[in-house]
Design a protein around this ligand. Structure first.
Ligand SMILES: C[S@@+](CC[C@H](N)C(=O)[O-])C[C@H]1O[C@@H](n2cnc3c(N)ncnc32)[C@H](O)[C@@H]1O
Length: 146
């Protein structure tokens, strides 16, 4: 499941590269035509769910193996709902949650919290093509915190 999927490129990559069965969740339904267009170009199918991730319940997450989210924690008001959502995902036995961000203070707040509370890890990553870009990944595994 990709939360705050936007045009869905991360989930599309997972579907194409790892044969993952992906659901893209977004609060804004207007992103989905673009997601579908990109999915078609890449010859993969992505299911879509027009929903706030805040509203997803533990029962909605029980069949999900991985939750990913890229660039979804850019305002202070997003910190608390995302924290609560990650806790619900781990309670539902999601194997791993990975949140990617350029490294904003809001992301660092969530990162610090899960590193302390749930043995999360923060990883730095650099891509060099098509141009150099540096980002951070927060990863929290179910097995560590169960
Ligand atoms: C900056 S965009 C990132 C999109 C995509 N993940 C990417 O990396 O290109 C943030 C996305 O999160 C969505 N979003 C924001 N708050 C959300 C929420 N509470 N639940 C679901 N989606 C949300 C927005 O509609 C938007 O599509």
């Amino acid at each position: 499941m990709e939360i705050g999927c936007g045009w869905g490129l991360t989930g599309i990559y997972c579907a194409k590269k790892f044969n993952a069965i992906v659901t893209g969740v977004d609060i804004d339904s207007e992103v989905f035509p673009y997601l579908r267009l990109h999915a078609d170009i890449n010859k993969v199918h992505i299911a879509t769910l027009h929903q706030k991730f805040n509203n997803l319940k533990e029962t909605d997450l029980q069949e999900i193996d991985f939750v990913i989210g890229a660039d979804i924690c850019f305002w202070d008001k997003m910190v608390y709902p995302l924290k609560r959502f990650i806790h619900r995902a781990l309670r539902a036995s999601v194997q791993e949650v990975i949140i990617a961000d350029p490294g904003r203070p809001t992301f660092e707040k969530i990162g610090d919290y899960f590193v302390k509370k749930r043995k999360g890890e923060i990883l730095d990553r650099i891509v060099r093509r098509p141009r150099k870009f540096q980002g951070r990944l927060l990863t929290i595994k179910f097995s560590v915190c169960a």
